[in-house]
Design a protein around this ligand. Structure first.
Ligand code: HEM
Length: 417
């Protein structure tokens, strides 16, 4: 299995991990069971990832929400290195300079830098920018569904869920048709590999390509978000060249795998709940509500991206010292029976407001309206187009991709007829 850590590179941390929980295959295949126990017994539990990074896993809804707005919980790892300079070596040795540059985006930034970036970017990430993508998402969805009709061996991940979001992001950024294959290849390499030469090469090409695209859009703007991001101003402030490249990368990194998993996890869980699927087919107006419930039930981002403490904090009665990494389980929060009744059941009629699938606090997903639009069109059209859609594998045999962040399937075999 491949594909760890798409949004943050994980680094070895040599601290004392003696009785930590292992983030192992059992956890990855059965996270909801493991986390249900932790919510009861150990709401902040020391965990070690396969590459030896230690993190505190936080599992209760109320704690997760609190941690995500705690001013002592930060993201910029340069700040952490400074904080711990006496105890830790610099941890960035595994990253190429290009990778570090494309990683210098708002999701890895704390206030006041984050506040400034988010304000500028929000001016371009408007409802209008999302809505203008609708016709393209619809036609692309139909094309992909055409390709799945009359076939026995459909993999819903490769044949439907994966191609849609990367093409939508290319549309969003205004990447010309001819460049999309290579752009998609670099993007997939960047989101799916860790610290090796392939990653460094892809990051180099990706960065050079985006820098060139920015130059071209500056000279010849068009109706896309990159042109809008270039033009955005706030009291004389603008995004720099490097900030534009980092932001464009973030849109690719944050908007790709996530949406793939929304479509695939969502379809799996609907097919496993036939009475819910029947209710949805009877009233297609319920699709947007169903998408929210599917996000709550098994969202694409299992753990939020890594954070660390800049001072001691207390979580569910557990004292966590300064300089520790936190893995905030959005998925566990969304299955907390203290917050959602009968949480392990898909119920498209339930009140889902307050679910944390898009995070919480200042880093709350900027792309949520686009993700919802894509999810609603993709899942809505899929079930409408294929009334006989069913799983072509025992759900217990499906493999979840190994990731310290995402929740997504390797494959989802379905039959459309
Ligand atoms: C941030 C989830 C799709 C752009 C986040 C975060 C989550 C998330 C949980 C916060 C991470 C954290 O705090 O650690 C999702 C899910 C998606 C999705 C579940 C699909 C179903 C998208 C799309 C885009 C996007 C399509 C844009 C094309 C962003 C950006 C941030 C972000 C820019 C960073 C915001 C900030 O740092 O202020 N997303 N996302 N996301 N997402 Fe999404």
């Amino acid at each position: 299995a491949s594909g760890p850590a798409p949004l943050t590179e994980e680094e070895p941390n040599l601290a004392n991990n003696a009785d930590a929980l292992a983030m192992d295959a059992h956890y990855v295949q059965h996270p909801h069971e493991v986390e249900a126990e932790l919510r009861k017994e150990a709401p902040a539990r020391l965990m070690v990832t396969p590459r030896g990074m230690r993190m505190w896993l936080i599992t209760r809804y109320s704690d997760v929400k609190e941690v995500l707005v705690n001013p002592l919980v930060c993201k910029d790892e340069a700040q952490r290195a400074e904080l711990l300079s006496e105890r830790h070596e610099a941890t960035s040795g595994l990253r190429s300079p290009e990778f570090r540059l494309i990683e210098a985006h708002m999701l890895n930034t704390d206030p006041p830098g984050h506040t400034r970036l988010r304000k500028l970017v929000a001016k371009a990430f408007t409802t209008r920018a999302v809505v203008r993508l609708r016709p393209r998402i619809e036609s692309l969805t139909e094309e992909l569904l055409d390709g799945m009709a009359d076939r026995d061996d459909v993999d819903l991940v490769a044949d439907f869920a994966a191609p849609l979001p990367i093409t939508v992001i290319c549309e969003l950024l205004g990447v010309p048709e001819n460049d999309r294959d290579k752009f998609g290849d670099w993007a997939r390499t960047i989101v799916s590999s860790v610290g090796d030469q392939r990653l460094a090469d892809a990051a180099g090409h990706f960065r050079a390509y985006l820098a060139d695209l920015v130059t071209r859009k500056r000279a010849d703007p068009s109706a896309d978000m990159l042109s809008d991001l270039i033009a955005v101003t706030d009291g004389g402030d603008q995004l720099s060249e490097d900030e534009l490249v980092a932001m464009a990368s973030l849109l690719v990194i944050a908007g790709h795998d996530t949406t793939v998993n929304l479509i695939a996890n969502g379809t799996l869980n609907l097919l496993r709940a036939p009475e819910q699927l029947a209710a949805l087919r009877a009233d297609p107006g319920l699709v947007p509500a169903a998408v929210e419930e599917l996000l709550r039930y098994e969202g694409p981002v299992h753990l939020g991206t890594a954070r660390f403490t800049t001072g001691p904090i207390s979580v569910g009665g557990v004292e966590i010292p300064a300089g520790e990494f936190l893995a905030v389980s959005l998925a566990s929060a969304n299955r907390d029976p203290e917050r959602f009744e009968d949480p392990d059941r898909v119920d498209i009629a339930r009140q889902t407001a307050g679910h944390l699938a898009f995070g919480h606090g200042i880093h709350h997903c900027l792309g949520a309206p686009l993700a919802r639009l894509e999810g609603t069109i993709a899942i809505g059209r899929l079930i409408d187009r294929f009334p006989r859609l069913r799983l072509a594998a025992d759900p217990e045999t499906l493999t979840w991709r190994f990731s310290t962040l995402m929740r997504g399937l390797e494959k989802l075999p379905v039959s459309t007829r």
